[in-house]
Write a protein that binds this ligand. Structure first.
Ligand code: NAD
Length: 505
């Protein structure tokens, strides 16, 4: 993916100017209270920028601006072709600024530059383009009636929408929500995770340049407990689309219940299975996918397939191959195009993951690869991969979301036992199944209780396939696909009584 060298990316990083203001009513602005918080580079600990800690007055200002812009109709009532043209221009601006955005995201999140480039120079602009092209191809419906009536079923933008986002895929998660919301005609307020605000602020500038009217796209920076809570409790926000932990998702339902009953769309945590049936060949491609499923983005992935359920007879061969491949993962500076795994997002998070690893050992899981063996660098945010074998379904590390580079192999004796273990979780976001038998593949696909099933490859699908979770992984809301539009639209029925025209016999 990378066409430049390590030194080039360091050069781009040295020239970057980081945004240092929130974004309200079409312009960068400080917080009214004058408070700040720092955003840092997890690879080095260096402070990248001091950002406004947005409080109640800032949230009110952003909501008023969004409401005003929604009412004046410059965006919400614009012709579909107009919104399409602007969003296509935004897609193009993201492509043109892609390298800068990718380096900025790599610096702030610790994600390898090659992943940032793929997400930001390809996927993010493609998402805006896809929804832009959908705008003038979306139709309402006409209900069946007699000739004495005509009944229209219309879709309208829901109004002012807030998006509260996680740090693991900052600009990608923002785009999954922003593109369909803006395509629908909503005015939006984005609250990025406090760890990763920079690229969303950069995007707000590009949105204005593309022609999105002032007030339609606002960004509030700040911690969840203050800025996020104030958004959740605000009485004039029509909907919140949230991606993050199940714990905080639950809070948003409470905020809505205690304020204006705003609509809440939830995309939350996971504990996804990777199932290898006994007929699957343990090829290098399968092993690469097993590694990717558990360790991509340092395992900081909602759909991470940490629970790898393998036919018992194949466990030792599988473990041996997975450990050999995991040892070869190149850990290093995220700006180096050779790096496959960067640091975790913070020292606090690394300690949390470390505590889970200890729990796994204490509960009797067999550790076959320790981070110490794999280039871990001591008291910083880096943590190499850990692999456990002989995991039991009731162990803590087989049940709770770890969100770090930990892979656990659970051996099982029969297909039904494998399916039962796969479904034995509070979550239901994603699953991967490897088998050469189409009947077995479909048997699993239909019975796995989760939003996405990948067969013979680890994938979350593409922009055309909706993404979301069952059970504690999500509400009925979906990101991506045509289905994502539903989070940002109201349905209105218009019933027209029709009289018989005069003068007809
Ligand atoms: P988090 O829940 O801690 O934070 C998510 C967002 O909520 C952040 O913007 C944060 O500032 C805000 N927030 C935190 N506390 C809040 C509060 N009390 N009130 C209001 N807002 C608050 O999650 P995270 O640590 O940023 O991300 C990791 C989690 O996100 C994992 O559980 C992961 O599985 C999940 N995730 C899910 C998906 C998905 O599509 N299902 C995608 C990515 C991440």
């Amino acid at each position: 993916m990378s066409d430049l060298a390590y030194s080039d990316y360091r050069g781009i990083a040295a020239d970057l100017r980081f945004p240092e203001r929130a974004f309200i009513d079409g312009s960068p602005c400080a917080s009214t209270g004058g408070l700040f918080f720092e955003t840092t580079n997890p690879a080095t600990g260096a402070v990248l920028a001091a950002l406004p800690l947005c409080g109640a007055e800032d949230v009110d200002r952003a909501v008023s601006s969004a409401r005003r812009s929604f009412r004046d109709g410059a965006w919400s009532r614009a012709a579909p072709e107009k919104r399409k043209e602007v969003l296509l221009r935004l897609a193009e601006l993201i492509r043109r600024n892609g390298r800068q955005l990718a380096v900025m995201e790599s610096l702030e999140s610790g994600k390898p530059i090659t992943d940032c480039l793929k997400e930001i120079t390809v996927e993010v602009p493609d998402i805006f383009q896809w929804y832009a092209e959908l705008i003038d191809k979306s139709y309402g419906r006409v209900a069946a009636t007699g000739e004495d009536a005509c009944a229209l079923v219309l879709r309208e933008p829901i109004g002012v929408v807030a998006m509260v986002l996680p740090w693991n895929f900052p600009l990608l998660m923002a785009s999954w929500k922003l593109a369909p919301a803006l395509a629908s005609g909503c005015s939006v307020i984005v609250k990025p995770a406090e760890e990763t605000s920079l690229t969303t602020l950069y995007l707000a500038q590009l949105a204005v340049e593309a022609g999105i009217p002032a007030g339609v796209f606002n960004v509030l920076t700040g911690p969840g407990e203050t800025t996020g809570r104030l958004i959740g409790q605000h009485g004039d926000i029509d909907a919140v689309s949230f991606t993050g932990s199940t714990e905080v998702g639950r809070l948003f339902l409470q905020y809505a219940a205690s304020s204006n009953l705003k609509t809440i769309g939830l995309e939350m945590g996971g504990k996804s299975p990777f199932v290898v049936l006994d007929d699957a060949e343990l090829t290098s491609e399968l092993i690469d996918n097993a590694i990717m499923a558990a360790f991509w983005n340092g395992g900081q992935n909602c759909s991470a397939n940490m629970r790898q359920i393998v036919a018992r007879a194949r466990q030792e061969e599988f473990v041996e191959k997975v450990v050999a491949r995991a040892k070869a993962i190149r850990i290093g500076d995220p700006l180096d195009p050779q790096t496959e795994m960067g640091p975790l997002i913070s020292l606090r998070h690394k300690r949390r993951v470390g505590a889970y690893i200890e729990t796994g050992v204490n509960e009797g899981a067999r550790r076959v690869l320790s981070p110490e063996n794999a280039l871990s660098k001591g008291d910083d945010c880096y943590l190499g991969p850990t692999v456990f074998a002989d995991l039991k379904p009731d162990m803590t590390i087989a049940r709770e979301e770890i969100f770090g580079p930990v892979l656990g192999v659970l051996p099982a004796d029969s297909i039904d036992r494998m399916l039962a273990i796969a479904n034995d979780t509070d979550y239901g976001l994603h699953a991967t199944v490897y088998t050469r038998d189409i009947d077995r593949a479909l048997y699993f696909a239909r019975r796995l209780a989760c939003g996405t099933v990948a067969i013979n490859g680890f994938t979350e699908g593409d922009i055309k396939t909706p993404f979301g979770g069952y059970r504690k992984s999500g509400s009925l809301a979906r990101d991506k696909g045509v289905e994502a539009m539903a989070q940002y639209q109201q349905i209105k029925s218009v019933w027209i009584n029709v009289s018989r025209p005069e003068g007809l016999s």
